[in-house]
Design a protein around this ligand. Sequence first.
Ligand code: B12
Ligand code: SF4
Ligand code: SF4
Length: 238
Amino acid sequence: MRASADPALPAFARDAGFNAGGSLPRAAYDSLVPPAWRAEKLAPDARSARVLATGGRPFFAAVQAAPEWRDGGPDPVDRLTRRVADAVARVWTDAGTPSRALFSFEQHGGEFADFIALAEAAGLAAPSRLGLALHPEFGPWVAFRVVVLTEAPQFGPAADPPASLCADCAAPCVAACPGGAVGDGPFDVAACASTRRHTSGCAERCAARHACVWGPEHAYTAEAERHHMAASARFLFR
Ligand code: B12
Ligand code: SF4
Ligand code: SF4
């Protein structure tokens, strides 16, 4: 599994917290996305797809320092992401490899693309009991925000298939979850949602995520976690 960041990523993107990335060939990208997301529809000459991820605390610090945080508008996280990633695509385009940024929060043909599947295929992360994909450095404290379709070839070696980072772990995440959402089987989304609604401890903080043995030093600040939990609660409990 590769943990290194894309070497060609402009410094301004790293400064904005985009500190992890991976790449996959066009055919692998096309096999994982809904029809309206395929390269032939969105970037017909693309040769590869680069997943840009944010791990740990730097991204939210950049959000809080950004004009999008202060202007009172909606979705500062997504708007900063769009501004930075569009600029990355412009830099790569100007360097001779036309590129287009696509986003985890947008839909094409009425559907999201599965960014967890894309990140795993790019060798960036592996599935876990938490439902979240784990990054070898950042653990569950990583978000897959952008895919850039580009005419540049896949960078770096082909990705290793994602190995489970949960193997040989004593699974402290299971006991830490008061809702029984984390166990041996797939993460129980409904049990988590119901617990979040009725248990004050789960309203702003996920104890199971904090219990994960991978990357605890990269845990989001309380303010960042509260922001993300509130955003998902608005969607879940509307
Ligand atoms: C829509 C969405 C949501 C919706 C889901 C509502 C619904 N049922 O439709 C809401 C707003 C509730 C949500 C919540 C969260 N989400 Co969300 N979500 C997405 C999004 C934008 C699309 C998912 C999708 O439709 N995929 C395509 C379909 C085909 O695949 P699917 O497997 O059937 O999708 C389902 C699951 O992904 C599930 N889901 C969504 N988020 C999460 C997170 C976890 C941990 C689990 C187990 C399931 C889950 O909802 C989808 C629809 O049923 C993705 C980004 C992306 N484009 O992938 C992020 C994404 C999956 N979410 C993410 C996160 C972190 C969360 C939260 C933990 C945020 C928070 N702190 O509260 C919560 C946890 C939810 C939970 N424990 O149940 C991250 C996961 C990162 C990682 N390391 O794996 C992603 C990849 C976004 C990102 N920028 O990185 N999410
Ligand atoms: S938010 Fe609460 S119920 Fe959901 S997984 Fe985390 S600890 Fe479990
Ligand atoms: S604590 Fe262990 S079992 Fe639980 S998600 Fe993290 S690595 Fe997997």
